[in-house]
Write a protein that binds this ligand. Structure first.
Ligand SMILES: Cc1cc2nc3c(=O)[nH]c(=O)nc-3n(C[C@H](O)[C@H](O)[C@H](O)COP(=O)(O)OP(=O)(O)OC[C@H]3O[C@@H](n4cnc5c(N)ncnc54)[C@H](O)[C@@H]3O)c2cc1C
Length: 378
């Protein structure tokens, strides 16, 4: 069994020594961060959420958040790959059958097995909980529009309507191995940011489905998405946003201190009151997002019945804060930042993903309004 604290220390060390130095190169060449994932796997960090009985650390949402925050300060593409793996881990651990867990989870903890989620379909877009594909005669054909680690992961948690479903919420989740006949990645998405996370469409053509790889009882997919995947995903994306904003904040604080003006007797950009004011506003945004993230984690772990509103809101709050902080940092960085120095421009592109990742910020605000008004979510 791995110890949570030592895995977090290993994650910190790898983030500094492996992820950070390679981040610009991974971004510019738009390649999957294979060496980062291999190093995290070797150190056992991919097993952070695996229950202790299967050789993992059995970490909580709070520790997951810390690991992702640390990684995204160094390389957000790698953090997003890890986040989707953690979401897959959580739902396999919570809903998978004993045989599947015995076979699979020890390799997550010790052999660097990488998993991910394949939920989104063009037929339902950002409404991630509503697959249009359906299992028929134990076979699944589906077109998944946007999968992180497509073609790179060792397994995929795939959503589909159950056979004969009356609607999109009568669904199942299945664990499908990378070697499954009929499963294929379809090129790269070439996204604006998170350029290394190998997001791409995937197709399933007549893929064989069996009950042993179904996560949970027949028809329980929608419930699993809401109960298990949603909190991990929302808190995870918020952690990545907070990490990106922290990196940009630290970069710009160093930059405004180092940027000196000869015409003003060597005065630093940091000596201008307006700059101090903008940095203070950035600190406020970042610290309030970080505090709200901590509070959301606390309430979720405590089983607080009002935590659902926070789980929905935390991704919106962190995505907005990140966009504001990084945009301000780009402005204060001037030509230096515009010239792609210091990693700020990468932070700026990476920061855009959180608001569009499903559920998008706009869809989340719909849900939040319903929760506030006591209306049913679906
Ligand atoms: C970097 C990245 C990685 C991803 N990784 C994965 C992954 O690993 N697995 C996976 O399954 N998916 C993944 N996705 C897909 C993602 O979760 C979304 O499904 C996708 O971004 C939605 O795209 P869409 O264009 O189809 O949205 P659309 O549904 O076309 O939405 C377009 C716009 O309309 C708005 N909109 C839609 N409905 C409403 C509404 N009711 N109220 C208000 N506004 C609304 C949305 O907010 C959005 O701004 C990833 C996406 C990104 C960007």
């Amino acid at each position: 069994m791995a110890d949570v604290q030592s895995l977090l220390v290993a994650n910190e060390k790898l983030s500094q020594e492996v992820l950070r130095p390679g981040a610009d190169q991974i971004d510019q060449s738009r390649r999957f961060p294979r060496e980062n994932i291999a190093a995290l796997g070797k150190a056992g960090v991919l097993g952070l959420l695996v229950p202790a009985q299967f050789g993992g650390a059995g970490a909580s949402l709070g520790e997951m958040s810390r690991a992702l925050d640390t990684q995204s300060q160094a390389c957000a593409s790698t953090a997003m790959v890890t986040l989707m793996h953690y979401c897959a881990t959580a739902v396999i651990a919570a809903k998978g059958g004993d045989k599947l867990k015995q076979e699979l989870l020890p390799s997550f903890a010790r052999a660097g097995h990488l998993s991910t989620l394949a939920f989104s379909e063009s037929g339902s877009g950002g409404h991630f909980y509503a697959p249009v594909s359906e299992v028929r005669q134990k076979r699944l054909s589906a077109s998944k529009s946007f999968v992180t680690s497509a073609g790179e992961a060792d397994s995929y948690v795939v959503s589909a309507r159950k056979t004969g479903a009356a609607g999109p919420t009568e669904s199942n989740l299945y664990l499908i191995s990378k070697g499954a006949s009929g499963l294929a990645a379809q090129g790269r998405f070439e996204g604006l940011g998170l350029a290394g996370n190998a997001s791409a469409p995937m197709t399933l053509t007549d893929v064989s489905i069996d009950d042993e790889t179904r996560l949970g009882p027949e028809g329980s997919g929608f419930q699993s998405m809401l109960e298990v995947v949603l909190p991990h995903f929302q808190i995870g994306v918020a952690s990545v946003s907070v990490g990106i904003a922290t990196a940009a904040f630290q970069t710009i604080v160093a930059r405004v201190g180092a940027r000196k003006y000869e015409h003003a007797g060597g005065a630093a950009l940091a000596s201008i009151p307006r700059v101090q004011f903008l940095v203070a506003e950035m600190a406020l945004e970042l610290n309030s997002a970080r505090a709200y993230l901590a509070e959301t984690i606390r309430k979720t772990l405590a089983g607080d019945p009002t935590a659902m509103l926070d789980v929905l809101a935390v991704k919106v709050k962190a995505a907005d804060a990140c966009l504001n902080v990084v945009s301000r940092a780009m402005t204060l960085g001037g030509g230096w930042a515009f010239g792609r120095r210091g990693g700020l421009e990468r932070n700026f592109r990476d920061a855009q993903a959180a608001a569009v990742m499903a559920p998008s910020s706009d869809v989340l605000k719909d849900f939040m309004g319903k929760v506030c008004l006591g209306l049913p979510l679906f």
